[in-house]
Design a binder for this molecule. Structure first.
Ligand code: BTN
Length: 261
């Protein structure tokens, strides 16, 4: 099968040439009590993104969902999402792509060639100064002090080019030419399994890879829009925004990069 490459992964791997959504399959496994397993597909026919968006998943990408050990408080789940972003950036940088993180977990390649960083468009994937390389969708079930299952879905545009790429997106192939998907996924999974056990490193590495910190941002929390300078990211994954009315700590939302601070 196209995707069925041998991985020396810290997780058990289940491959699919084509599947609706690896997150949906991982959900089934998670609900059955499986742990430390990753579902990988060459193509998804019903890939899901954040905020009920769909996620284009043609052959050639990495579409993977990892069922993790849920022995952590639900409040710490955002950290797992940040860890996945850091793991993806590790893998992109290992093949020479200078990817950065937009809070909380969009992986972007800065693209200054279009001139100016001000976001004028309304396509959320088309943030000025960055084209989207990867997205992460974490799902869980459980209560504050007891997560019953937890999975992290990672979509990375690897060997996809031209018309197969959605507007505002880029791929590793577009940046550096075709790369070995096996090696990229291996790096992601190794980094992820190390990072989930090491919260301090996650935050530290997230800061180092961030293109959000130091910029003027607008975060839509669903209830309000918070605008100001993104000054830090704090355990377990909150963004600290310096606004006209003081510092605000934002736990979740959709972040847009505006002009540089
Ligand atoms: C985003 O909106 O940025 C998150 C996109 C997450 C896509 C990945 S691809 C593998 C996994 N399966 C899905 O259906 N979604 C995630």
């Amino acid at each position: 099968a196209a995707i069925e490459y041998e991985l020396d992964a810290p997780y058990t791997v289940e491959y699919h040439d084509s599947i609706g959504s690896t997150n949906d399959r991982a959900r089934e496994l998670a609900a059955d009590g499986d742990r430390d397993v990753v579902v990988v597909a060459d193509e998804q026919t019903g890939g899901r993104g954040r905020l009920e968006r769909s996620w284009d998943s043609p052959p050639g990408g990495i579409w993977a969902s990892t069922v993790l050990d849920p022995s952590l408080p639900a409040a710490h789940v955002p950290l797992v999402t940040l860890a996945a972003g850091v793991a993806v950036v590790d893998a992109c940088r290992a093949v020479g792509v200078d990817a950065t993180l937009k809070w909380p977990n969009d992986v972007l390649v800065d693209d200054d060639s279009e001139g100016g960083d001000v976001d004028e468009g309304d396509d959320p994937a088309d943030d000025r100064g960055g084209r989207k390389l990867s997205g992460i969708l974490t799902e869980m079930e459980g209560e504050a002090d007891r997560v019953s299952w937890l999975l992290v879905g990672i979509g990375l545009n690897v060997n996809i080019a031209g018309d197969a790429l959605p507007a505002g997106a880029t791929s590793l192939q577009e940046q550096v030419g075709a790369v070995d998907r096996r090696a990229v996924l291996q790096t992601i999974l190794e980094s992820l399994s190390t990072l989930v056990a090491d919260p301090d490193t996650v935050i530290e590495q997230w800061r180092a890879y961030s293109s959000t910190l130091g910029r003027t941002v607008r975060v839509d929390t669903g209830r309000e829009q918070i605008e100001g300078e993104a000054v830090d990211v704090q355990f377990p994954g909150a963004l600290v925004v310096d606004t006209d009315s003081g510092e605000q700590i934002v736990h979740a939302g959709d972040c847009e990069h505006l002009r540089p601070a």
